[in-house]
Design a protein around this ligand. Structure first.
Ligand SMILES: *Cc1c(COP(=O)(O)O)cnc(C)c1O
Length: 373
């Protein structure tokens, strides 16, 4: 699904030099690269504060811990997402309220958010799924009306943006009160291990987030609140600095690959290519097709595998159907679209190193299967 080796080849010398330098100085924890990366990411995103942390799941957990929510408070999230988004809600003994997604963008539906709000609702967690922004104008409007926090799960969409009606453009992750992202190796900005970051434009929240990520520490050995230990390693920060400089280039490669797929599947009425919302730049963390009911998805996966083409189902089981949540208190409305999509989607290889030859081979094999069946 990804080709991290070829991508590495192009930056190998720079990465090795950086890592060597860290090894020579033994500054493994909170070395100078961590601070430099924090500042460079702030400037790339146009965010006032970035707080690096250990992974994207921690970022979400720390964000939720900073809002002083009480057990039983309701947090609205999509069910159609990676489990981490909803898991931290359960972990903090908050109540996940699963909301359906838009059938075109697969992102959380603002209309469904409105229907799910109760006096207990405290926060909304929109997930910019596959690399395209949720309808943030609507979501921020709803949040304002009902006095709710918005935590963006930007793990799949770093570098994407959203254009507001007044023409202003903001990067995803910087629109809500807090934005969370992941530097898992296969993410659009991926390290060579785990990593994550939280960002906010709110000075008070920034202080709190930083404190929680560091054992609730206000100054060394003085602990004001119960926090956790979540740091970005210096080595990962150094690698991410190098890759951040190339992020826009990486995004362009992904968008080019997506455009190739789009064109290859354009005239097939059994395949729906990813919808492109005009208000956001799709950064294609995933390229996900929706298959017509007549297509046997398992057979397609198997056929592609027999041609040495990997494919994945993101996600086969939506959050509201996970065993984890059968034991926890949750609430949800109709999740028709979510249930339908989980049975119909398939993601094709998507990364920065796809050649036209590979793209053409992959798409023609998908089409071959569909014609024959
Ligand atoms: C990857 C991902 C996360 C979690 O990130 P980790 O760094 O693996 O903890 C959270 N939410 C979404 C939508 C993701 O894709």
């Amino acid at each position: 699904m990804v080709d991290l080796i070829t991508q590495y080849e192009a930056i190998k010398d720079e990465v090795k030099l950086s890592i060597d330098n860290i090894l020579d100085n033994a500054q493994f924890i909170n070395g100078p690269d961590v601070h430099a990366f924090k500042e460079e990411l702030e400037s790339y995103l146009g965010a006032k504060h970035v707080i690096p942390c250990a992974n994207g799941t921690d970022a979400l957990q720390i964000a939720m811990m900073a809002l002083d929510l009480k057990p039983g408070d309701e947090v609205i999230t999509p069910s159609y997402t990676y489990i981490a988004t909803t898991e931290v809600v359960g972990l903090l003994r908050l109540k996940p309220v699963f909301v359906d997604c838009d059938p075109k963008t697969f992102n959380i539906s603002p209309e469904e958010i409105r229907k799910a709000i109760t006096p207990k609702t405290k926060a909304i967690v929109p997930v910019h799924l596959y690399g395209q922004s949720c309808d943030m104008e609507e979501i921020m409007e709803i949040a304002k009306e009902h006095n709710l926090y918005v935590i963006e799960d930007n793990a799949q969409a770093i570098g994407s943006n959203y254009t507001f009606i007044d023409g202003s453009i903001k990067k995803t992750g910087t629109i809500g009160h807090i934005g969370c992202t992941s530097f898992f190796p296969s993410k659009n900005l991926g390290g060579y291990g785990d990593g994550g970051a939280i960002c906010t434009n709110d000075d008070n929240l920034a202080v709190k987030l930083k404190m929680i990520a560091s054992h609730g520490q206000s100054k060394r050995y003085y602990h004001d609140v119960v926090g956790c230990n979540s740091r970005l390693d210096t080595i990962q920060a150094a690698i991410l600095r190098i890759k951040l400089r190339k992020l826009d280039e990486y995004i362009d490669s992904r968008r080019k690959a997506a455009a190739f797929y789009d064109q290859a599947f354009a005239n097939n009425d059994k395949i729906t290519v990813p919808y492109r919302c005009s208000k956001t730049k799709h950064v294609f963390h995933q390229y996900t097709l929706q298959l017509d009911e007549s297509i046997d998805r398992d057979a397609l996966v198997e056929y592609l595998a027999s041609k040495e083409i990997p494919s994945m189902i993101y996600y086969p089981v939506p959050a509201h159907k996970q065993k984890m949540f059968q034991q926890l208190e949750t609430r949800c409305g109709s999740l028709e679209t979510t249930d339908w999509l989980t049975s119909r989607v398939i993601s094709l290889p998507m990364h920065t190193e796809l050649s036209e030859q590979q793209l053409s081979y992959i798409s023609s094999e998908v089409l071959n299967f569909i014609e024959k069946n």
